[in-house]
Write a protein that binds this ligand. Structure first.
Ligand code: H79
Length: 578
Protein backbone atom coordinates (compact mmCIF):
# COMPACT_ATOMS: atom_id res chain seq x y z
CA UNK A 1 0.00 0.00 0.00
CA UNK A 2 1.39 3.39 -0.93
CA UNK A 3 -0.98 6.25 -0.26
CA UNK A 4 -4.61 7.20 -0.02
CA UNK A 5 -6.55 7.43 -3.23
CA UNK A 6 -4.68 5.54 -5.91
CA UNK A 7 -5.92 2.27 -7.33
CA UNK A 8 -9.12 0.65 -6.15
CA UNK A 9 -7.52 -1.69 -3.65
CA UNK A 10 -5.43 1.05 -2.14
CA UNK A 11 -8.43 3.33 -1.96
CA UNK A 12 -10.42 0.71 -0.09
CA UNK A 13 -7.67 0.33 2.48
CA UNK A 14 -7.36 4.12 2.64
CA UNK A 15 -11.03 4.58 3.42
CA UNK A 16 -10.83 1.86 6.03
CA UNK A 17 -7.88 3.58 7.70
CA UNK A 18 -9.66 6.92 7.53
CA UNK A 19 -12.69 5.41 9.19
CA UNK A 20 -10.63 3.97 12.00
CA UNK A 21 -8.92 7.32 12.31
CA UNK A 22 -5.34 6.25 11.67
CA UNK A 23 -4.85 9.03 9.13
CA UNK A 24 -7.04 11.48 10.94
CA UNK A 25 -5.25 14.58 9.79
CA UNK A 26 -3.73 13.61 6.47
CA UNK A 27 -6.45 11.46 4.95
CA UNK A 28 -7.13 13.17 1.65
CA UNK A 29 -10.28 13.38 -0.40
CA UNK A 30 -9.84 9.83 -1.67
CA UNK A 31 -11.58 10.27 -5.00
CA UNK A 32 -9.73 13.33 -6.21
CA UNK A 33 -5.94 12.98 -6.23
CA UNK A 34 -5.52 16.63 -7.17
CA UNK A 35 -7.56 17.83 -4.20
CA UNK A 36 -5.79 15.33 -1.96
CA UNK A 37 -2.45 16.72 -3.03
CA UNK A 38 -3.54 20.33 -2.53
CA UNK A 39 -4.69 19.50 1.00
CA UNK A 40 -1.20 18.20 1.85
CA UNK A 41 0.33 21.66 1.38
CA UNK A 42 3.91 20.76 2.29
CA UNK A 43 6.38 18.37 0.65
CA UNK A 44 10.08 17.53 0.71
CA UNK A 45 12.08 18.04 -2.46
CA UNK A 46 15.34 16.07 -2.63
CA UNK A 47 18.10 16.86 -5.13
CA UNK A 48 20.78 14.23 -4.92
CA UNK A 49 23.34 12.37 -6.96
CA UNK A 50 27.07 11.80 -7.48
CA UNK A 51 27.55 15.57 -7.89
CA UNK A 52 27.22 15.88 -4.09
CA UNK A 53 30.80 14.53 -3.95
CA UNK A 54 32.07 17.85 -5.31
CA UNK A 55 29.41 20.11 -3.78
CA UNK A 56 28.55 22.02 -6.95
CA UNK A 57 25.08 22.46 -8.47
CA UNK A 58 23.39 19.38 -9.88
CA UNK A 59 23.32 19.35 -13.67
CA UNK A 60 24.35 22.98 -14.14
CA UNK A 61 27.97 22.55 -12.99
CA UNK A 62 28.63 19.85 -15.62
CA UNK A 63 30.97 21.37 -18.19
CA UNK A 64 31.15 24.57 -16.13
CA UNK A 65 32.72 24.25 -12.65
CA UNK A 66 33.45 20.59 -13.32
CA UNK A 67 34.70 19.39 -16.74
CA UNK A 68 32.11 17.01 -18.27
CA UNK A 69 34.60 14.12 -18.51
CA UNK A 70 35.27 14.43 -14.79
CA UNK A 71 31.61 14.98 -13.83
CA UNK A 72 30.57 11.85 -15.72
CA UNK A 73 33.05 9.72 -13.74
CA UNK A 74 31.86 10.87 -10.30
CA UNK A 75 29.35 8.02 -10.04
CA UNK A 76 32.22 5.54 -9.85
CA UNK A 77 33.03 7.03 -6.43
CA UNK A 78 29.46 7.54 -5.22
CA UNK A 79 29.15 5.44 -2.09
CA UNK A 80 26.73 7.07 0.40
CA UNK A 81 27.09 4.36 3.03
CA UNK A 82 25.11 6.29 5.66
CA UNK A 83 22.03 6.52 3.41
CA UNK A 84 18.97 5.46 5.37
CA UNK A 85 15.66 5.84 3.57
CA UNK A 86 13.72 5.54 6.81
CA UNK A 87 15.73 8.39 8.29
CA UNK A 88 14.92 10.71 5.37
CA UNK A 89 11.25 9.82 5.40
CA UNK A 90 11.09 10.26 9.16
CA UNK A 91 12.58 13.73 8.77
CA UNK A 92 9.93 14.59 6.20
CA UNK A 93 7.18 13.23 8.40
CA UNK A 94 8.34 15.01 11.53
CA UNK A 95 8.67 18.23 9.54
CA UNK A 96 4.95 17.96 8.78
CA UNK A 97 5.53 17.15 5.14
CA UNK A 98 3.12 14.82 3.37
CA UNK A 99 4.96 13.98 0.15
CA UNK A 100 8.53 13.52 -1.05
CA UNK A 101 9.85 14.30 -4.54
CA UNK A 102 13.16 12.65 -5.43
CA UNK A 103 15.36 13.46 -8.45
CA UNK A 104 15.03 10.20 -10.38
CA UNK A 105 17.10 11.97 -13.04
CA UNK A 106 18.35 15.56 -13.28
CA UNK A 107 19.74 17.42 -16.31
CA UNK A 108 23.02 15.48 -15.88
CA UNK A 109 21.32 12.21 -16.86
CA UNK A 110 22.30 10.14 -13.81
CA UNK A 111 19.53 7.80 -12.62
CA UNK A 112 18.88 7.03 -8.95
CA UNK A 113 17.27 3.71 -9.87
CA UNK A 114 18.74 0.76 -11.81
CA UNK A 115 17.07 1.52 -15.11
CA UNK A 116 17.27 -1.14 -17.79
CA UNK A 117 17.48 1.59 -20.46
CA UNK A 118 20.91 2.97 -19.47
CA UNK A 119 24.04 1.95 -17.58
CA UNK A 120 24.40 5.39 -16.02
CA UNK A 121 22.62 4.55 -12.77
CA UNK A 122 22.93 3.86 -9.06
CA UNK A 123 23.30 0.11 -9.63
CA UNK A 124 26.67 0.73 -11.25
CA UNK A 125 28.09 2.79 -8.39
CA UNK A 126 30.07 1.19 -5.55
CA UNK A 127 26.91 1.68 -3.46
CA UNK A 128 24.81 -0.47 -5.82
CA UNK A 129 21.61 -0.20 -3.71
CA UNK A 130 18.35 0.92 -5.33
CA UNK A 131 17.83 4.22 -3.56
CA UNK A 132 14.45 4.71 -5.16
CA UNK A 133 13.18 1.29 -4.06
CA UNK A 134 14.22 1.95 -0.48
CA UNK A 135 12.66 5.42 -0.45
CA UNK A 136 9.41 4.35 -2.10
CA UNK A 137 9.10 1.55 0.48
CA UNK A 138 9.89 3.81 3.42
CA UNK A 139 7.36 6.36 2.15
CA UNK A 140 4.68 3.69 1.88
CA UNK A 141 5.45 2.52 5.39
CA UNK A 142 5.19 6.01 6.90
CA UNK A 143 2.23 7.35 4.89
CA UNK A 144 4.25 9.81 2.82
CA UNK A 145 3.42 10.08 -0.86
CA UNK A 146 6.39 9.10 -3.04
CA UNK A 147 6.98 11.28 -6.14
CA UNK A 148 9.74 11.81 -8.68
CA UNK A 149 11.44 14.77 -10.37
CA UNK A 150 12.47 13.85 -13.89
CA UNK A 151 14.42 16.07 -16.25
CA UNK A 152 13.27 16.22 -19.83
CA UNK A 153 16.51 17.77 -21.02
CA UNK A 154 19.45 15.38 -20.65
CA UNK A 155 22.77 16.99 -21.38
CA UNK A 156 24.50 13.58 -20.97
CA UNK A 157 22.46 11.30 -23.24
CA UNK A 158 23.93 11.16 -26.78
CA UNK A 159 20.49 11.19 -28.45
CA UNK A 160 19.31 14.38 -26.77
CA UNK A 161 20.36 17.21 -29.11
CA UNK A 162 21.84 19.69 -26.58
CA UNK A 163 24.68 19.31 -24.10
CA UNK A 164 26.63 20.92 -21.28
CA UNK A 165 27.22 23.54 -20.15
CA UNK A 166 23.57 24.43 -19.62
CA UNK A 167 22.32 23.11 -22.98
CA UNK A 168 24.53 25.52 -24.88
CA UNK A 169 26.36 22.93 -27.00
CA UNK A 170 25.10 20.56 -29.70
CA UNK A 171 25.63 16.79 -29.73
CA UNK A 172 27.20 15.28 -32.87
CA UNK A 173 24.54 12.64 -33.65
CA UNK A 174 21.26 13.60 -32.00
CA UNK A 175 18.09 11.57 -32.41
CA UNK A 176 15.24 13.29 -30.61
CA UNK A 177 12.53 10.76 -31.54
CA UNK A 178 14.71 8.02 -30.09
CA UNK A 179 15.40 10.14 -27.00
CA UNK A 180 11.66 10.62 -26.55
CA UNK A 181 11.30 6.85 -26.62
CA UNK A 182 13.94 6.67 -23.85
CA UNK A 183 11.99 9.19 -21.78
CA UNK A 184 8.77 7.26 -22.23
CA UNK A 185 10.43 3.95 -21.40
CA UNK A 186 12.02 5.34 -18.25
CA UNK A 187 8.94 7.08 -16.93
CA UNK A 188 6.89 3.93 -17.58
CA UNK A 189 9.55 1.89 -15.81
CA UNK A 190 9.30 4.23 -12.80
CA UNK A 191 5.52 3.96 -12.62
CA UNK A 192 5.61 0.19 -13.03
CA UNK A 193 8.34 -0.40 -10.47
CA UNK A 194 7.72 2.32 -7.90
CA UNK A 195 4.15 3.44 -8.53
CA UNK A 196 1.55 4.44 -7.99
CA UNK A 197 3.29 7.78 -7.57
CA UNK A 198 1.87 11.00 -6.20
CA UNK A 199 3.42 13.44 -8.64
CA UNK A 200 5.69 13.18 -11.62
CA UNK A 201 7.51 16.51 -11.50
CA UNK A 202 9.06 17.36 -14.85
CA UNK A 203 11.65 20.05 -15.61
CA UNK A 204 14.06 21.09 -18.37
CA UNK A 205 11.18 21.52 -20.81
CA UNK A 206 12.20 24.97 -22.02
CA UNK A 207 14.80 23.80 -24.51
CA UNK A 208 13.90 23.85 -28.17
CA UNK A 209 14.00 20.08 -28.88
CA UNK A 210 11.01 19.65 -26.52
CA UNK A 211 7.75 20.61 -28.19
CA UNK A 212 4.15 21.09 -27.22
CA UNK A 213 3.34 17.88 -29.09
CA UNK A 214 5.87 15.84 -27.13
CA UNK A 215 4.67 17.38 -23.89
CA UNK A 216 1.02 16.75 -24.44
CA UNK A 217 1.75 13.24 -25.71
CA UNK A 218 3.83 12.31 -22.67
CA UNK A 219 1.18 13.72 -20.32
CA UNK A 220 -1.56 11.65 -21.95
CA UNK A 221 0.66 8.56 -22.00
CA UNK A 222 1.44 8.74 -18.28
CA UNK A 223 -2.15 9.48 -17.28
CA UNK A 224 -3.08 6.41 -19.32
CA UNK A 225 -0.68 4.33 -17.24
CA UNK A 226 -1.78 5.82 -13.92
CA UNK A 227 -4.95 7.92 -14.06
CA UNK A 228 -4.45 9.26 -10.52
CA UNK A 229 -1.00 10.63 -11.32
CA UNK A 230 -0.53 14.38 -10.77
CA UNK A 231 1.80 16.02 -13.32
CA UNK A 232 3.26 19.53 -13.08
CA UNK A 233 3.09 22.10 -15.87
CA UNK A 234 6.71 21.61 -16.91
CA UNK A 235 5.78 18.44 -18.79
CA UNK A 236 4.66 20.74 -21.59
CA UNK A 237 5.46 24.23 -22.85
CA UNK A 238 3.93 27.55 -21.84
CA UNK A 239 5.63 28.14 -18.48
CA UNK A 240 6.48 31.80 -18.16
CA UNK A 241 9.99 31.88 -16.68
CA UNK A 242 10.62 31.41 -12.98
CA UNK A 243 7.17 32.80 -12.10
CA UNK A 244 6.16 29.32 -13.28
CA UNK A 245 2.65 30.20 -14.41
CA UNK A 246 1.44 28.54 -17.61
CA UNK A 247 0.18 30.76 -20.39
CA UNK A 248 -2.64 29.27 -22.44
CA UNK A 249 -3.27 26.41 -20.04
CA UNK A 250 -5.96 25.08 -22.39
CA UNK A 251 -3.23 24.26 -24.95
CA UNK A 252 -0.44 23.13 -22.65
CA UNK A 253 -0.87 19.97 -20.62
CA UNK A 254 -0.05 20.01 -16.91
CA UNK A 255 -2.04 19.99 -13.69
CA UNK A 256 -0.45 22.86 -11.82
CA UNK A 257 1.89 25.85 -11.97
CA UNK A 258 5.41 25.88 -10.55
CA UNK A 259 6.91 29.16 -9.30
CA UNK A 260 10.60 28.47 -8.59
CA UNK A 261 12.58 30.09 -5.75
CA UNK A 262 9.78 32.60 -5.15
CA UNK A 263 6.42 32.74 -3.44
CA UNK A 264 3.72 32.54 -6.09
CA UNK A 265 1.12 35.26 -6.41
CA UNK A 266 -2.31 34.67 -4.92
CA UNK A 267 -4.04 32.31 -7.36
CA UNK A 268 -7.06 30.20 -6.45
CA UNK A 269 -8.36 29.27 -9.89
CA UNK A 270 -5.49 26.96 -10.83
CA UNK A 271 -3.36 24.89 -8.43
CA UNK A 272 0.26 25.82 -7.90
CA UNK A 273 3.30 24.86 -5.88
CA UNK A 274 6.34 26.96 -5.01
CA UNK A 275 9.60 24.99 -5.04
CA UNK A 276 12.31 26.53 -2.92
CA UNK A 277 15.65 25.56 -1.39
CA UNK A 278 16.32 25.52 2.37
CA UNK A 279 19.81 26.85 1.54
CA UNK A 280 20.97 28.48 -1.71
CA UNK A 281 21.81 25.48 -3.85
CA UNK A 282 19.53 22.59 -4.89
CA UNK A 283 22.27 20.00 -4.46
CA UNK A 284 24.39 19.86 -1.31
CA UNK A 285 27.04 22.54 -0.93
CA UNK A 286 29.30 22.67 2.12
CA UNK A 287 28.56 25.66 4.37
CA UNK A 288 25.72 26.84 2.18
CA UNK A 289 23.73 29.74 3.68
CA UNK A 290 20.56 28.43 5.34
CA UNK A 291 17.23 30.22 5.75
CA UNK A 292 16.17 31.17 9.29
CA UNK A 293 13.27 29.50 11.06
CA UNK A 294 11.26 32.67 10.58
CA UNK A 295 11.95 32.77 6.86
CA UNK A 296 11.07 29.10 6.43
CA UNK A 297 7.79 29.32 8.33
CA UNK A 298 6.69 32.64 6.87
CA UNK A 299 7.38 31.24 3.41
CA UNK A 300 5.13 28.27 4.12
CA UNK A 301 2.38 30.52 5.49
CA UNK A 302 2.57 32.98 2.60
CA UNK A 303 2.50 30.18 0.04
CA UNK A 304 -0.51 28.47 1.64
CA UNK A 305 -2.21 31.86 2.09
CA UNK A 306 -1.83 32.37 -1.66
CA UNK A 307 -3.59 29.00 -2.16
CA UNK A 308 -0.44 27.10 -3.11
CA UNK A 309 1.68 24.20 -1.87
CA UNK A 310 5.31 24.41 -0.75
CA UNK A 311 7.89 21.91 -2.00
CA UNK A 312 10.89 22.60 0.20
CA UNK A 313 14.27 21.29 -0.91
CA UNK A 314 17.23 19.68 0.81
CA UNK A 315 20.35 18.34 -0.91
CA UNK A 316 21.66 15.36 1.09
CA UNK A 317 25.41 14.95 1.63
CA UNK A 318 27.64 12.51 -0.27
CA UNK A 319 27.63 10.18 2.75
CA UNK A 320 23.86 9.81 2.44
CA UNK A 321 22.74 11.96 5.38
CA UNK A 322 20.72 15.16 5.34
CA UNK A 323 22.81 17.84 7.07
CA UNK A 324 21.98 17.84 10.82
CA UNK A 325 21.44 21.62 10.92
CA UNK A 326 18.93 21.29 8.07
CA UNK A 327 17.21 18.46 9.91
CA UNK A 328 17.00 20.72 12.99
CA UNK A 329 15.42 23.50 10.93
CA UNK A 330 12.86 21.11 9.48
CA UNK A 331 12.07 19.83 12.99
CA UNK A 332 11.36 23.43 14.03
CA UNK A 333 8.88 23.68 11.19
CA UNK A 334 7.34 20.38 12.25
CA UNK A 335 6.93 21.53 15.85
CA UNK A 336 5.16 24.68 14.65
CA UNK A 337 2.90 22.61 12.41
CA UNK A 338 2.12 20.26 15.32
CA UNK A 339 0.64 23.28 17.08
CA UNK A 340 -0.88 25.24 14.21
CA UNK A 341 -1.36 22.65 11.46
CA UNK A 342 -5.13 23.18 11.45
CA UNK A 343 -4.50 26.64 9.97
CA UNK A 344 -2.51 25.06 7.09
CA UNK A 345 -3.51 21.51 6.10
CA UNK A 346 -6.78 21.13 4.25
CA UNK A 347 -7.32 24.89 4.13
CA UNK A 348 -7.63 27.17 1.13
CA UNK A 349 -5.88 30.49 0.67
CA UNK A 350 -7.77 33.73 1.29
CA UNK A 351 -10.10 35.50 1.45
CA UNK A 352 -7.54 38.26 2.07
CA UNK A 353 -4.84 38.18 -0.59
CA UNK A 354 -1.35 37.73 0.75
CA UNK A 355 1.01 40.63 1.33
CA UNK A 356 4.51 40.70 2.80
CA UNK A 357 3.03 41.20 6.25
CA UNK A 358 -0.21 39.23 6.26
CA UNK A 359 -1.66 35.98 4.92
CA UNK A 360 -5.01 34.27 5.43
CA UNK A 361 -6.33 30.74 5.12
CA UNK A 362 -9.77 29.32 5.74
CA UNK A 363 -11.61 26.10 6.31
CA UNK A 364 -15.36 25.80 6.73
CA UNK A 365 -16.65 28.81 8.66
CA UNK A 366 -13.26 29.78 10.04
CA UNK A 367 -10.73 32.23 8.62
CA UNK A 368 -7.20 32.19 10.02
CA UNK A 369 -5.43 35.54 9.88
CA UNK A 370 -1.64 35.11 9.93
CA UNK A 371 0.02 38.37 10.95
CA UNK A 372 3.67 38.17 9.89
CA UNK A 373 4.77 41.73 10.45
CA UNK A 374 3.11 44.31 12.70
CA UNK A 375 2.32 47.87 11.80
CA UNK A 376 2.46 50.46 14.58
CA UNK A 377 -1.18 50.23 15.60
CA UNK A 378 -4.01 47.86 14.85
CA UNK A 379 -4.58 45.73 11.78
CA UNK A 380 -7.37 47.02 9.58
CA UNK A 381 -8.81 44.70 6.97
CA UNK A 382 -11.45 45.32 4.31
CA UNK A 383 -15.01 44.33 5.31
CA UNK A 384 -16.40 40.83 4.87
CA UNK A 385 -19.87 39.94 3.61
CA UNK A 386 -20.43 37.62 6.62
CA UNK A 387 -20.74 38.19 10.34
CA UNK A 388 -17.89 37.27 12.68
CA UNK A 389 -19.52 35.34 15.51
CA UNK A 390 -16.38 34.42 17.43
CA UNK A 391 -12.70 35.28 17.46
CA UNK A 392 -9.66 33.89 19.21
CA UNK A 393 -5.90 34.09 19.15
CA UNK A 394 -4.24 30.72 18.62
CA UNK A 395 -0.72 31.82 19.47
CA UNK A 396 -1.61 32.87 23.02
CA UNK A 397 -2.69 36.08 24.73
CA UNK A 398 -5.67 38.21 23.92
CA UNK A 399 -7.24 39.70 20.82
CA UNK A 400 -9.96 42.27 20.22
CA UNK A 401 -11.77 42.11 16.92
CA UNK A 402 -14.23 44.78 15.78
CA UNK A 403 -16.36 44.42 12.68
CA UNK A 404 -18.22 47.26 11.00
CA UNK A 405 -19.64 47.70 7.51
CA UNK A 406 -16.43 49.46 6.51
CA UNK A 407 -13.68 47.40 8.09
CA UNK A 408 -12.45 44.71 10.45
CA UNK A 409 -10.04 45.85 13.12
CA UNK A 410 -7.76 43.48 14.97
CA UNK A 411 -5.93 44.59 18.09
CA UNK A 412 -3.38 42.41 19.87
CA UNK A 413 -1.35 43.80 22.79
CA UNK A 414 2.32 44.14 21.90
CA UNK A 415 3.38 41.43 24.33
CA UNK A 416 1.05 38.91 22.70
CA UNK A 417 2.42 39.38 19.19
CA UNK A 418 4.35 36.39 17.91
CA UNK A 419 7.62 37.28 16.17
CA UNK A 420 6.96 34.71 13.43
CA UNK A 421 3.20 34.50 13.02
CA UNK A 422 0.38 35.77 15.23
CA UNK A 423 -2.64 33.67 14.31
CA UNK A 424 -6.15 35.01 14.87
CA UNK A 425 -9.13 32.77 14.10
CA UNK A 426 -12.35 34.43 12.96
CA UNK A 427 -15.43 32.23 12.97
CA UNK A 428 -18.15 33.40 10.58
CA UNK A 429 -21.88 32.81 10.54
CA UNK A 430 -21.44 30.80 7.33
CA UNK A 431 -18.80 29.20 5.11
CA UNK A 432 -15.89 31.30 3.90
CA UNK A 433 -15.53 29.60 0.52
CA UNK A 434 -18.03 31.79 -1.30
CA UNK A 435 -16.29 35.01 -0.28
CA UNK A 436 -14.57 36.68 -3.23
CA UNK A 437 -10.83 37.08 -2.45
CA UNK A 438 -10.01 40.68 -1.66
CA UNK A 439 -6.70 42.57 -1.91
CA UNK A 440 -5.56 44.54 1.11
CA UNK A 441 -5.15 48.20 0.42
CA UNK A 442 -1.49 49.07 0.62
CA UNK A 443 -0.14 52.18 2.23
CA UNK A 444 1.01 53.41 -1.14
CA UNK A 445 0.03 57.02 -1.71
CA UNK A 446 -0.14 56.21 -5.42
CA UNK A 447 -2.72 53.39 -5.08
CA UNK A 448 -5.65 53.97 -7.39
CA UNK A 449 -4.33 57.35 -8.53
CA UNK A 450 -4.35 58.67 -12.09
CA UNK A 451 -1.52 57.22 -14.20
CA UNK A 452 0.05 57.84 -17.59
CA UNK A 453 2.83 56.17 -19.55
CA UNK A 454 4.89 56.80 -22.66
CA UNK A 455 3.98 53.43 -24.12
CA UNK A 456 1.45 50.63 -23.48
CA UNK A 457 1.81 47.10 -24.83
CA UNK A 458 -0.29 46.96 -28.01
CA UNK A 459 -2.33 49.85 -26.58
CA UNK A 460 -4.14 47.22 -24.52
CA UNK A 461 -6.12 48.30 -21.43
CA UNK A 462 -5.07 45.05 -19.79
CA UNK A 463 -1.49 46.44 -19.60
CA UNK A 464 -2.31 50.10 -18.94
CA UNK A 465 -0.29 52.34 -16.58
CA UNK A 466 -3.06 52.09 -13.94
CA UNK A 467 -2.12 48.40 -13.48
CA UNK A 468 1.08 49.51 -11.74
CA UNK A 469 -0.97 51.41 -9.15
CA UNK A 470 -3.89 49.02 -8.54
CA UNK A 471 -2.42 47.21 -5.48
CA UNK A 472 -2.82 43.94 -7.37
CA UNK A 473 0.54 42.14 -7.72
CA UNK A 474 -1.01 39.96 -10.42
CA UNK A 475 -1.56 42.72 -13.00
CA UNK A 476 1.08 44.90 -14.65
CA UNK A 477 1.90 47.84 -16.86
CA UNK A 478 3.72 46.60 -19.99
CA UNK A 479 5.37 48.20 -23.01
CA UNK A 480 5.87 46.95 -26.53
CA UNK A 481 8.56 44.43 -27.44
CA UNK A 482 11.82 46.18 -28.29
CA UNK A 483 11.14 49.29 -26.18
CA UNK A 484 14.32 50.38 -24.40
CA UNK A 485 13.21 53.66 -22.83
CA UNK A 486 9.86 54.47 -21.25
CA UNK A 487 8.27 56.46 -18.43
CA UNK A 488 5.46 55.76 -16.02
CA UNK A 489 3.85 58.67 -14.21
CA UNK A 490 1.33 59.09 -11.39
CA UNK A 491 -0.63 62.12 -10.24
CA UNK A 492 -1.23 61.92 -6.48
CA UNK A 493 -4.08 64.44 -6.66
CA UNK A 494 -2.35 66.83 -4.26
CA UNK A 495 1.23 67.33 -3.09
CA UNK A 496 2.29 64.48 -0.79
CA UNK A 497 5.47 63.78 1.10
CA UNK A 498 7.16 60.53 0.09
CA UNK A 499 10.33 58.99 1.43
CA UNK A 500 10.30 55.46 0.07
CA UNK A 501 9.49 53.56 -3.13
CA UNK A 502 8.87 49.89 -3.74
CA UNK A 503 8.90 48.73 -7.36
CA UNK A 504 8.45 45.22 -8.72
CA UNK A 505 9.35 44.34 -12.26
CA UNK A 506 7.93 41.33 -14.09
CA UNK A 507 11.12 40.58 -16.03
CA UNK A 508 14.65 41.65 -15.22
CA UNK A 509 14.98 44.14 -18.07
CA UNK A 510 15.59 47.59 -16.62
CA UNK A 511 19.28 48.53 -16.53
CA UNK A 512 19.13 52.23 -15.60
CA UNK A 513 16.33 54.42 -14.27
CA UNK A 514 15.61 57.61 -12.38
CA UNK A 515 12.79 58.83 -10.18
CA UNK A 516 11.61 62.36 -10.84
CA UNK A 517 9.04 64.84 -9.55
CA UNK A 518 7.38 67.59 -11.55
CA UNK A 519 7.90 71.15 -10.55
CA UNK A 520 6.17 73.70 -12.80
CA UNK A 521 6.37 71.40 -15.78
CA UNK A 522 10.06 70.55 -15.41
CA UNK A 523 11.14 67.17 -14.13
CA UNK A 524 13.69 67.03 -11.35
CA UNK A 525 15.55 63.80 -10.64
CA UNK A 526 15.69 62.81 -6.96
CA UNK A 527 16.87 59.20 -7.25
CA UNK A 528 18.97 57.22 -9.72
CA UNK A 529 19.20 53.44 -9.94
CA UNK A 530 20.20 50.56 -12.18
CA UNK A 531 18.32 47.29 -11.94
CA UNK A 532 14.78 46.95 -10.55
CA UNK A 533 14.04 43.22 -10.73
CA UNK A 534 11.51 41.32 -8.67
CA UNK A 535 11.59 43.70 -5.73
CA UNK A 536 13.33 47.03 -5.51
CA UNK A 537 12.93 49.16 -2.38
CA UNK A 538 14.70 52.37 -1.47
CA UNK A 539 14.34 55.11 1.10
CA UNK A 540 15.50 58.69 0.51
CA UNK A 541 15.27 62.22 1.89
CA UNK A 542 11.55 63.11 1.85
CA UNK A 543 10.26 64.70 -1.34
CA UNK A 544 6.98 66.62 -1.49
CA UNK A 545 5.33 66.59 -4.90
CA UNK A 546 2.09 65.82 -6.70
CA UNK A 547 3.45 64.17 -9.84
CA UNK A 548 6.07 61.42 -9.70
CA UNK A 549 7.67 59.64 -12.61
CA UNK A 550 9.67 56.46 -13.06
CA UNK A 551 11.87 57.26 -16.01
CA UNK A 552 13.47 54.16 -17.52
CA UNK A 553 16.61 55.18 -19.41
CA UNK A 554 17.89 51.79 -20.46
CA UNK A 555 16.20 48.39 -20.76
CA UNK A 556 17.10 45.18 -22.56
CA UNK A 557 13.50 44.86 -23.84
CA UNK A 558 10.08 46.40 -23.19
CA UNK A 559 9.93 47.15 -19.44
CA UNK A 560 6.96 45.85 -17.48
CA UNK A 561 6.05 46.75 -13.88
CA UNK A 562 3.77 44.87 -11.50
CA UNK A 563 3.53 47.58 -8.85
CA UNK A 564 5.05 51.02 -8.26
CA UNK A 565 4.43 52.09 -4.67
CA UNK A 566 5.13 55.48 -3.11
CA UNK A 567 5.29 55.51 0.67
CA UNK A 568 5.52 58.10 3.37
CA UNK A 569 7.39 55.97 5.88
CA UNK A 570 10.59 54.02 5.83
CA UNK A 571 8.89 50.80 6.83
CA UNK A 572 6.80 48.97 4.23
CA UNK A 573 3.40 48.91 5.90
CA UNK A 574 1.41 46.78 3.52
CA UNK A 575 -1.38 46.74 6.06
CA UNK A 576 -3.13 50.02 6.76
CA UNK A 577 -3.15 51.39 10.25
CA UNK A 578 -5.94 53.66 11.48
O1 H79 B 1 16.02 21.30 -10.27
C1 H79 B 1 16.15 22.65 -9.85
C2 H79 B 1 17.01 23.42 -10.78
O2 H79 B 1 18.21 22.74 -11.09
C3 H79 B 1 16.12 23.55 -11.97
N1 H79 B 1 14.78 23.63 -11.43
C4 H79 B 1 14.84 23.38 -10.02
C5 H79 B 1 13.62 22.65 -9.51
C6 H79 B 1 16.42 24.67 -12.81
N2 H79 B 1 16.38 24.54 -14.06
N3 H79 B 1 16.61 25.70 -14.57
N4 H79 B 1 16.82 26.56 -13.66
C7 H79 B 1 16.72 25.97 -12.52
C8 H79 B 1 17.05 27.94 -13.97
C9 H79 B 1 16.86 28.09 -15.42
C10 H79 B 1 16.50 29.24 -15.92
C11 H79 B 1 16.42 29.45 -17.34
FE1 H79 B 1 14.69 29.76 -18.28
C12 H79 B 1 16.26 28.50 -18.35
C13 H79 B 1 16.48 30.73 -17.91
C14 H79 B 1 16.25 30.58 -19.32
C15 H79 B 1 16.13 29.18 -19.59
C16 H79 B 1 13.21 29.08 -17.09
C17 H79 B 1 12.94 28.72 -18.40
C18 H79 B 1 13.27 30.50 -17.06
C19 H79 B 1 13.02 30.93 -18.36
C20 H79 B 1 12.83 29.86 -19.18
Amino acid sequence: MKTCGHNQAVRAVGIFLCVVGVWAQSCPAADDPMQAWRDMKFGLFVHWGPVSLVGTEIGWSRGREVPSEEYDQLYKRFNPTLFDAEAWVTVAKRAGMKYLVLTSKHHDGFCLWPSKYTDYHIGNTPFKRDVMRELADACAKHGIQFCTYHSICDWYHPDYPLGSPGGRTKKPNPDMPRYYEYLRNQTREIIENYGPLGIMWFDGEWEEPWTLEYGNELYAYLKGLQPTLVINNRVSKGRQGMAGVTAQAHLNAGDYDTPEQRIGNFQNDRPWETCMTICQQWAWKPDDVMKSEKECLQTLVRVVGGDGNLLFNVGPMPDGRIEPRQVDRLMEMGRWLDRYGQTIYGTRGGPFKTTASLASTYQGNTIYIHILEWPDGAITLPPLPKRIVRSSILTGGSVTVRQTAEAITIVVPEGDRDPIDTIVALTLDGPADDIEPVALPSASLAAGKEARASNVFQNSDAYGPDKAFDDDPGTRWATNAGVEQAWLEVDLGRPEMISRVVISEAYDRVRRFELQYADDGTWTTFFEGERIGEKFAAGFEPVTAQRIRLNILEATDGPTIWEFQLLATRKTPLVVTP
